[in-house]
Write a protein that binds this ligand. Structure first.
Ligand code: 1HE
Length: 264
């Protein structure tokens, strides 16, 4: 696997059509300092040609301890706003980049770590995973897009509870309430994330584009606009040569057994 290392706190490797992005700041429990965030921005902004999906995972016992609190102490309000906007920019690169992102979670997924995980399109959680928003205890508020992305996964009331009371959500509960789409045993997260990423790469590029860029926006607008937006996206995707080729293959049953028909 060729290595594309950028910063000491990130390890980036290519495995065929999948880019594996690994938080690698174990001594600080993968706390997200500016260097790491800017590294993530540059990775997701310059996805190499031929890569069709990314896996986001972490070394050590924890996915991420969130914002690096040592960088927070002397910041003014103005600097804080700019810093939060920097996080928004970086996590928008993750969510609205060129390729779908599958996050493999374990251990602490807290504060900004949960905000980062929420920017991925699919979350696979190992049973060691726990989620928390210690912002309340630290006297601050989320600043990395959490108040926008996390309620879309679990609702405002659950997120409010996590900040106000410091409630820690374990992997099973997190799975039930929608923080993860997959729940697996210890050490199985990255393998499943890789399998899912390889499956995603097989989709027509326009399908993946529509799911990443159109679906979350359609879900936010009114029914009228949403239905029109959906029709336009459907028309564009079915017009692509790849879609026409796939439909012909299905109708001509080229190289397909009965068992492969659904989902494939
Ligand atoms: C850190 C950080 C950090 C650990 N910033 N240095 N996030 C938090 O409030 C979570 C704070 N961290 C924890 O609750 C715990 O570290 C963990 C539960 C994640 C892991 O516990 P543990 O026992 O494995 O590790 P530790 O002994 O607490 O920490 C090991 C080292 O990592 C230690 O440094 P050392 O030099 O003394 O060895 C810790 O200081 C350091 N460390 N977490 C800086 N977060 C965009 S806005 C987002 C706002 C937020 O994210 S607020 C939530 C911040």
């Amino acid at each position: 696997m060729p290595s594309l290392d950028l910063s000491p706190s990130l390890r980036v490797e290519r495995d065929g059509s999948v880019l594996v992005v690994r938080l690698s700041r174990v001594a600080k429990r993968n706390a997200l300092d500016d260097e790491t965030m800017l590294g993530l921005e540059s990775v997701f902004a310059s996805m190499p040609a031929g890569v069709g999906a990314a896996v986001l995972c972490a070394e050590g016992e924890h996915f991420s301890a969130g914002l690096d609190l040592s960088e927070l102490t002397e910041r003014s309000a103005a600097e804080g706003a700019l810093h939060s906007r920097q996080w928004h920019r970086v996590l928008d690169r993750v969510q609205f980049g060129r390729v779908p992102v599958v996050a493999a979670l374990h251990g602490a997924v807290v504060g900004g770590g949960l905000e980062l995980a929420a920017a991925a399109h699919i979350r696979v959680a190992e049973r060691s995973t726990f989620y928390a928003l210690p912002e309340g205890a630290r006297g601050i508020f989320v600043g990395g897009g959490g108040s926008v992305r996390i309620p879309r996964l679990i609702g405002v009331a659950r997120m409010a509870d996590m900040i106000l009371t410091g409630r820690v959500v374990n992997a099973e509960e997190g799975h039930q309430i929608g923080l993860s789409q997959y729940l697996v045993g210890a050490g199985e997260g990255v393998a499943l994330a890789m399998t899912l990423a390889r499956r995603i790469v097989e989709n027509a590029p326009m399908t993946n584009y529509a799911v990443m860029h159109a679906l979350p926006r359609i879900a936010e607008v009114g029914q009228d606009q949403g239905l029109l937006f959906e029709s336009l996206m459907a028309a564009i995707s079915q017009d692509a040569p790849e879609a026409k080729k796939r439909l012909h293959e299905f109708l001509n049953k080229q190289g397909r057994s009965k068992n492969e028909k659904v989902g494939e």
